[in-house]
Every structure is written in structure tokens, then in C-alpha cells.
Design a protein around this ligand. Structure first.
Ligand SMILES: [Zn+2]
Length: 409
């Protein structure tokens, strides 16, 4: 994808499903209600696995395991075994059909990075796409501590676990015919595999196993972000075609301890011009900039220049300039010489769960379900397993996702 939000622009735990890039993506493939309702009876066994794109490699991909490795050609179903500890390398040109690589009771290391579950290797336009096919909760073990500091209160970690599980479910249901459901970066949720796991994250995942957030019985698109700055924002004010009733603005008095609660940045006019010129080369001199706001957030930016007018959403403007510099859209701007002095609040897009707010609520004694219901309006938390905790494993019982009976839509 060529959009600027592809770049990783926050610390891993601070970003979230949130980044604007994700949102752009999500908006373009938001499923219809009918689509999801047809699937509402499928919220259990088959969706307990997730396919995560963990890397695209031009060079050789080397896989090892502490135990025996089985490599299966997905087309012919022929397989071979690799001895424990032995390296096996794969290149795109030798991948005539997709391969599945599994091991037993030991994670697979892909170029040194360890993953639970199995991996699939695909040749996609001359690159090896490595897709980790992993149980949903095993995936979450590598997500929760990547998205939230492991030292935070358990109830905050649990709210992150349920939000991340729901976000994954939503995409599993939606992406059924794609090669993978999610990627491992800020474009989806940051997933660090086994090496990212932390005891507190594992506790949070295990103690909420099966819990997802629903609105009208369907899993929600559970965006989260680092710090709202005092008030979250309606999703529709950030992304077009994103009118989800459960992603409405709420007043948040809980995130004031965040180091990103308020910020300032002196944004040079030349800096704006350089950013704009990457997409609008006709911009030579900037004559004026006006901002439109809703709920305190910049929703539209109009730039007048020598050759005409450029109209952007606030979100496009933020990504174009740099989401490191314009940390949120919750800012005011005043002219200061050849620059705009931005005075802002919060970090991230401001939609859905405020992570620092979750921390603040947990410190005040709130439970994870209350935290989630506070940030996501009108939702219910349900348990799709209807059973208790489950121990994490290195299981090889990986679902053959392609074998699903209803792959017609
Ligand atoms: Zn907040």
C-alpha cells in the first residue's frame, strides 16, 4: 500500500489498530450488516484461528524449530520432515505451490523470530509471504504486550486483550477469501510472536478467553489508540463512511496522566509545502490554510496556493505531514512567523478505547468490562466459548482455512 500511514509511527504499544492507515483500509472493506449477520452463527470454532501476515521476503526465508518440522505441499499434499534444530530455507522462485510448515511442541523460528502455530509460505509476485496460522488466543499473547506496556494494571491489559480479540474476529469474518486476515504491524495490530509475550499479557488473554465486544450481536470494529486527550471522537469525523454507532465520542477524564496528554509542535509553512508537494506537485506557494473542526478535532483542511486549492480531510493532512509531528487531530493552530504553532491534546486518532484512559480507569478500580463499555457505546461483552480459561500452547492443530465449507462468499 502506498499511503503514508503504512509507516510505523508510534511506539508499538501506543499505536493500535488505530492508525489512520488501518482506518483507510477498514473503511474500504467494511462489511455490510447483512454479510456479518449471515455469519453470526459462525462465531466459534472456525474463527478460533487467525492468519497473520508476518513478513514478505525477497531473500531466503530460513525456518528452524527445536523439534521435527513437517513441510507439506498444499497442492499435492506431499510432505517431508526436517530434523530438529536443522535449518530449512525457502525462496520465492522455488515455491511452485503454497507450503505449510508445522512443528510439534516447539515454536517455529522464521528468520530467527519465533511463532506459535504453523506457517504458510506463498509466492506472491516474486516474494515469499509468510503467514502464521495460529490459534486466536495464541496470537493475542504476542499482541497484547506489543500494544500496551506489560506493567500496566491487569484490568487495563484485559480490556486490551478483549479489544484486540474483537478486532481480530471482525477481520476474520470479513477477510474470509483473502490470503490472510491481518498483518503483524500497525496497519492491523502489532504482533511480535513468542518473543513479545509477557506474563501479564498471557494472564490477560487467558482470563478473558472467548470474550468479545458485540453490538447488535456482531463483533465490533474495536479501534483503540494511545491517548484521547480528554474526549474521544466519533469515527465518522475521522474517516469517511465510518458511521459506527458504538464509536461515538465520550468524555474521558482518565488519561490526564499520559505523557502525550498535551503537546505542541511548530509546523513550518515550508514543511507543509514539502509534504503537500509529494502528492500535489503543483503547490508552489502557500497563501492560506483554513481548518474546520468538529468535536474539537480538525476534520478538514483547505490549503490555498498559487495554482488553486487543495482540500484534505484532517486525517489526510496529519498523515501527509507526519503523524509523529501532528500527534492527533485534537489541536488548535495559530500563525507564528513562517509557521503554525500547533497546540494539541492526545496521541492517535482518538476513536474507541483510550489506552491511557483504560489504565486510569483500572487504577481507580474499574473492571475491564466496565472500561470497554465506557469507551464503546451501547455494546455487550459476550463469551463465545461459554467456558473457562485455557492454557496457551504450541499446538499444531491448525485449521485448514481453505477447507471451510462455505467459501463461496
Ligand atoms: Zn482518554
Amino acid at each position: 500500500m502506498g499511503y503514508p500511514g503504512r509507516t510505523r509511527f508510534f511506539r508499538p504499544w501506543a499505536i493500535s489498530a488505530c492508525c489512520l492507515a488501518v482506518a483507510i483500509l477498514a473503511v474500504s472493506c467494511t462489511p455490510s450488516d447483512r454479510y456479518l449477520i449471515r455469519r453470526q452463527d459462525r462465531l466459534s470454532a472456525e474463527t478460533r484461528y487467525v492468519r497473520v501476515l508476518v513478513g514478505k521476503f525477497r531473500d531466503e526465508v530460513v525456518i528452524t524449530s527445536g523439534e521435527k518440522i513437517k513441510v507439506t505441499d498444499r497442492k499435492s499434499e506431499r510432505f517431508s520432515f526436517i530434523d530438529p534444530g536443522k535449518k530449512v530455507g525457502f525462496r520465492a522462485e522455488s515455491l511452485k505451490s503454497p507450503l505449510e510448515v508445522e512443528s510439534w511442541n516447539s515454536p517455529l523460528a522464521v528468520n530467527g523470530k519465533r511463532y506459535r502455530g504453523a506457517v504458510e509460505l506463498h509466492n506472491v509476485t516474486g516474494m515469499v509471504y509468510v503467514i502464521n496460522n495460529v490459534k486466536l488466543d495464541d496470537y493475542l499473547l504476542g499482541v497484547v504486550p506489543s500494544e500496551m506496556p506489560a506493567g500496566w494494571p491487569l484490568e487495563a491489559m484485559k480490556s486490551q486483550a478483549v479489544a484486540a480479540r474483537t478486532y481480530a474476529y471482525y477481520h476474520i469474518l470479513k477477510q474470509k477469501n483473502q490470503l490472510y486476515d491481518l498483518d503483524a504491524t500497525t496497519s492491523s495490530q502489532v504482533y511480535g510472536g513468542v518473543d513479545a509475550e509477557k506474563e501479564s499479557g498471557t494472564r490477560a488473554v487467558a482470563s478473558t478467553s472467548g470474550e468479545i465486544i458485540t453490538y447488535q450481536r456482531m463483533p465490533i470494529l474495536s479501534y483503540f489508540h494511545s491517548t484521547c486527550g480528554g474526549k474521544t471522537v466519533d469515527a465518522r469525523h475521522v474517516w469517511q463512511n465510518s458511521d459506527f454507532p458504538y464509536l461515538d465520542s465520550v468524555q474521558c477524564p482518565y488519561c490526564s496522566e499520559s505523557p502525550k496528554y498535551s503537546w505542541e509542535y511548530r509546523l513550518g509553512i515550508n514543511e507543509i509545502k514539502a509534504a503537500l508537494r509529494r502528492e500535489y506537485p503543483e503547490v508552489r506557494t502557500i497563501q492560506g490554510i483554513s481548518l474546520k473542526k468538529l468535536q474539537g478535532r480538525v476534520t478538514n483542511v483547505v490549503v490555498r496556493h498559487g495554482g488553486g486549492i487543495v482540500r484534505l480531510t484532517g486525517n489526510q493532512f496529519r498523515l501527509m505531514v507526519s503523524p509523529y509531528k501532528v500527534k492527533s487531530l485534537f489541536f488548535s493552530a495559530e500563525k507564528s512567523g513562517k509557521a503554525l504553532l500547533l497546540k494539541g491534546k492526545g496521541w492517535g486518532h482518538g476513536v474507541g478505547l483510550c489506552q491511557y484512559g483504560a489504565k486510569g480507569m483500572a487504577e481507580k478500580g474499574h473492571k475491564h468490562r466496565d472500561i470497554l463499555k465506557f469507551y464503546y457505546s451501547g455494546v455487550e461483552i459476550i463469551n463465545i466459548d461459554g467456558k473457562g480459561q485455557r492454557e496457551p500452547s504450541f499446538s499444531r492443530e491448525v485449521a485448514r482455512r481453505t477447507a471451510r465449507p462455505d467459501s463461496h462468499d
